[in-house]
Design a protein around this ligand. Structure first.
Ligand SMILES: [Zn+2]
Length: 994
């Protein structure tokens, strides 16, 4: 609110100064003319023409206005849904418009008076001094009369500006004034004469700038090849950094075509979204590449690179040329082949799934040593950080391969969801990110059906993960209003990615795959080369349903899920009467109800959702087919199938819904009994779901603490990976909460008792590394790994001895015979149990290893030491030396904090180095919030809570969402100890052995 008031105050002050030039114009003197009939007729015709032209102009401008307004999230709905949510948004803009409509450069959004059609961009790139100069010609259409051309620029030195009209008169239009307005990163050119609607104009701007060291805009990075440092320059424009490379209308709604040419020394090569159309060499060793004109696209998807990489190539059946560019040594060793291979298959997959062809003649994948994100889906030139695209099959673990695969699947999906159809504005960024994240699982299932990602891994990696975050009172709705440029970075968070994906999955399951696919196809076909908002998608889905005679208003349902924060817990309880009825109620799930009461925005607010609840009833010998019940009231009564005292109820079948389910205690006992006697009666997904729900419900105080502990007694019967994975995630969480308490061994011994039978049964993986994971179901190996990890970290002696002997063997033979898939467990266990020499050995290996995946595992192992001195040394080295890659520094600090001995060390280090960390990572808020939550989430004493609050005050971090979350989590941790710790240990003291 404060920001808004301040900008309005400035606005009024400036309006006086500008009133003369912008508003007041001299009037032409009226002249009397002699009237005759012919003139009257002529006059009438011209008036008529004028009216027709004006009418057309108004119609056109209105429709453009409408989409611009929609895009700002202001007039969001086409007559649909809840007016309550929209009111405040409406109020906002009209207020602003009247206040500083005269100074459009002060707004977050560009004035919608002009619309770009084509950019002709020529750049000369000077790698020897990291500068570039450019000339851009923007052809644009005037929508509303205006004298002002407002373009985005940032860090550019503008030299010359010329404006031309399309009228026959040659020569430039007179410019009255031009200036840069830094607070909103715009460059304003004010003309003497007004530009007129429906007319085409051109602006020509010459400029120069630096190729920055910071990883945004047009930036440089380097790598070492044969002992020689080599440089490359590449772009990262999303979300708002195209303006750092050329003046432009830098908002997603202003789609245009682009013709790019790049001039550089011929020792380099250049790439852009499109193929090179013509290349001209000059005598002095310079070359200019002219790239073909792009389709209509948003500025933030434009990209280019100047480097001396080499490539491998593949061609799809439709003739699309795919090239993977990387360091020559990586290409030579074949590290890029895997990504290239799956990309080729994925292009075909998405074309078939969406029934929309890939739009460009080529797709380049560029592996760069440094990048602010894992990857960026620029159209036809996707950029990846090396760790997310290069794979050395001999040393990479399965999880590394899986992560890399998911990143590639994600970026290729964006070529449709993002590049081809772009969200109108950043508040709906989840539309593209949620989809791409959801499709990671669908696409991976296509590549490797045995991975079973959508049905299984999605649950633990997406659903359970994001419900942790979204169960906080400091969470936020997935569609976030964006008022300031700084808000734009903030919307790229896990809520957008993971909750987006979870909601889309829920919807896909309710609709059924054929209808879901039809709706998507319709959406892409209607909006291709354009922009769309969430309502456009919901409308297509509703239409697809209606054509099948299913009358569900998707907008109405989904607005509840996207405009409200959080999610419900659905409580199902059997009624005592004999009418086979159940009572179903819903309430907003929060871990700490106090936090909700303390939050003025939430206090007294009761959220309600329209919940598609899939419900089944079962007993020891039979489970019914599920029925879908739409729950939209606080409490409802429903009749289900026949029930008796031994019948259990199971909600959220296969955990397709984005909510938790609670039951009466009797039902929990029946479910646990079922798991103990015959777990396979309940699906794998539901077994994992029950585990996640039961632990989190107990954590938040909805259930007694012994219920989750009783449930995991069944684990020795469990032979599937996913429920084990869900359990180990929950157990590690709990372990971090308890690991500094006196009775901790009661807990770890209890866990070990559940794990050991399985551990002894499965044993260790075979020593040979044969990369067979691509052919077999990964679950078998992953289950073995998961159980090993639990055994080693909770203190199984056999597991420890094995790890130690592997490390000793490695040191004495200098041959690493540790299976790649469990190296992280072995290294970490070895470092924590063995002496300093082992730490030094791993540290040395970290330096000498060239495989990126192995390097990361070695580095993380160093954080497992129980030697405070070594942990301290590692923290200092990682921040101050060049030895640790930038993106890994944060992981080092977080991992030290996960080590109970390093917990306070990491927390103190984080506070001491806050200024350095903040200046280094501040821009990429996504990483920053990962760091903040990483170092604070396991703090759980009153003293640590106070330290946190004090630190936030002194560092000025009050407004950062990550800090609000951190306080709430630590507060809930402290509260859990006060309320439940005793009860928890009391039960463990007399626990059955299992
Ligand atoms: Zn993405």
């Amino acid at each position: 609110m404060g920001i808004e008031d301040a900008s309005m105050r400035n606005g009024r002050a400036l309006s006086d100064q500008w009133a003369d030039s912008v508003v007041v114009r001299p009037r032409t003197t009226e002249q009397h003319i002699t009237v005759n009939k012919r003139l009257v007729l002529g006059f009438a015709i011209s008036i008529l023409t004028l009216i027709v032209v004006t009418a057309i102009a108004i119609t056109l401008s209105l429709s453009f206005e409408r989409c611009a307004a929609e895009s700002s999230g202001v007039l969001a709905a086409n007559g649909s849904s809840n007016s309550k949510w929209k009111q405040s948004r409406d109020g906002n803009i009209s207020h602003r418009d009247s206040e500083d409509g005269q100074q459009p450069w002060r707004h977050l959004r560009l004035p919608a008076n002009l619309r770009p059609r084509h950019y002709d961009l020529r750049l000369s790139v000077y790698m020897e001094n990291f500068t570039f100069s450019g000339e851009v010609n923007i052809e644009f259409e005037c929508v509303h009369s205006t004298k002002l051309i407002v373009l985005h620029t940032d860090r550019l030195q503008v030299e010359k500006v010329l404006v031309y009209s399309d009228s026959k008169k040659a020569g430039a239009m007179r410019i009255q004034r031009r200036f840069h307005y830094q607070p909103k990163q715009v460059y304003v050119t004010s003309l003497h004469r007004e530009m007129k609607p429906l007319r085409i104009y051109k602006i020509n701007i010459t400029f120069h700038a630096h190729i920055e060291h910071e990883l945004l805009g047009f930036f440089r990075s380097s790598y070492v090849l044969n002992g020689e440092r080599r440089f490359l320059a590449v772009t990262q424009f999303s979300p708002t950094h195209a303006r750092k490379a050329f003046p432009c209308f830098d908002e997603p709604i202003y789609k245009a075509t682009f013709s790019v040419s790049l001039k550089h020394e011929s020792s380099y090569q250049s790439l852009s979204n499109m193929p090179v159309e013509a290349s001209t060499s000059e005598e002095d060793g310079w070359v200019t590449n002219h790239f073909s004109r792009t389709p209509r696209m948003s500025t933030y998807y434009l990209a280019w690179a100047v480097c001396n990489f080499t490539y491998r190539e593949a061609v799809t059946d439709n003739g699309v040329v795919i090239r993977l560019y990387a360091r020559p040594d990586a290409i030579q060793s074949g590290s890029g082949d895997y990504a290239l291979h799956i990309t080729k298959r994925l292009l075909q997959f998405y074309q078939d799934y969406f029934k929309v062809k890939y739009s460009l003649p080529k797709l380049d994948l560029l592996a760069v040593p440094k990048h602010p994100y894992a990857a960026m889906e620029n159209w036809g030139l996707s950029v990846f950080v090396e760790q997310k695209i290069l794979l050395d099959p001999d040393v990479s673990s399965f999880s590394y391969q899986m992560e890399l695969t998911m990143v590639v699947v994600h970026e290729i999906c964006h070529q449709w969801f993002g590049d081809l159809v772009t969200p109108v504005w950043w508040e709906d960024v989840w539309l593209k990110e949620g989809f791409a994240h959801y499709f990671e699982f669908i696409g991976a299932d296509f590549l490797f059906p045995k991975w079973n990602m959508e049905k299984q891994r999605f649950l633990t990696d997406v659903l359970h993960e994001v419900m942790l975050l979204d169960g906080l009172a400091s969470s936020h709705p997935i569609s976030q209003e964006v008022f300031e440029a700084t808000d734009i970075d903030r919307v790229f968070d896990w809520i957008a990615y993971k909750k987006g994906a979870a909601l889309i999955r829920m919807l896909a399951n309710v609709m059924g795959q054929p209808l879901f696919q039809r709706g998507l196809n319709d959406y892409l076909m209607t909006h291709m080369y354009g922009n769309a908002a969430r309502d456009d998608l919901w409308n297509k889905f509703s239409e697809a349903m209606q054509r099948e005679g299913k009358d569900i208003n998707i907008t109405q349902v989904m607005d509840r899920w996207t405009l409200q924060m959080g999610y419900p817990v659905v409580t199902i309880s059997k009624n005592d009467s004999l009418d086979n009825s159940v009572t179903i109620s819903q309430e907003h799930f929060v871990y700490d109800t106090d936090a909700k009461i303390q939050n003025p925005e939430l206090f007294n607010k009761s959220f309600q959702w329209q919940i598609p609840l899939m419900l089944a009833v079962g007993n020891s010998s039979h489970i019914s087919t599920e029925t879908i019940i739409w729950v939209s009231n606080k409490t409802e009564t429903h009749r289900v199938g026949h029930m008796d005292g031994e019948t259990w109820l199971l909600g959220n079948i296969n955990q397709t819904g984005y909510f938790r389910v609670n039951y009466d205690l009797h039902n929990w006992r029946l479910l646990i009994q079922q798991l103990m006697t015959n777990p396979t009666m309940i699906s794998v997904g539901n077994r994992a779901g029950l585990i996640d729900d039961v632990f989190n419900l107990a954590r938040a105080g909805y259930l007694p603490q012994n219920i989750p502990l009783q449930m995991i007694l069944y684990l020795s019967q469990e032979s599937e990976f996913l429920p084990w994975h869900a359990a180990s995630r929950a157990l590690y969480q709990l372990d971090k909460l308890l690991d500094r308490t006196e009775d901790h061994s009661l807990f770890s011994d209890y866990v070990l008792r559940q794990v050991e039978p399985k551990y002894h049964k499965l044993g260790w993986p075979a020593t040979s590394a044969d990369g067979s994971f691509m052919r077999v179901a990964y679950q078998t190996q992953e289950l073995q790994r998961e159980v090993m990890m639990l055994a080693c970290s909770f203190g199984n002696k056999h597991c420890h001895r094995q790890a130690v002997s592997f490390i000793s063997d490695w040191i004495s033979s200098n041959k690493n015979r540790i299976p790649p898939n469990v190296r992280d467990i072995v290294y970490c266990t070895g470092v924590s149990l063995m002496d300093e020499d082992v730490w030094e050995f791993i540290w040395m290996k970290f330096h000498s290893s060239t495989a990126v995946s192995e390097k990361k595992v070695l580095l993380e192992a160093l954080t497992c030491s129980d030697n405070i001195f070594l942990l301290n040394r590692l923290l200092n080295l990682s921040l101050t030396s060049d030895l640790v890659p930038d993106q890994d520094v944060i992981d080092v600090i977080i991992h030290v904090g996960r080590n109970p001995l390093g917990r306070h060390l990491a927390w103190r280090y984080f506070r001491e180095k806050w200024d350095i960390l903040n200046s280094r990572y501040g821009e990429a808020l996504f990483m920053n919030s990962k760091l903040i939550s990483g170092v604070t989430e396991f703090l759980n004493t009153e003293a640590e809570l106070n330290e946190l609050k004090e630190f936030i005050l002194t560092s000025g971090g009050e407004s950062a969402p990550a800090f609000a979350r951190a306080v709430e989590i630590v507060q809930a941790n402290v509260k859990w100890h006060i309320l439940f710790q005793q009860q928890f240990y009391r039960w463990l003291r007399k626990a059955p052995d299992g």
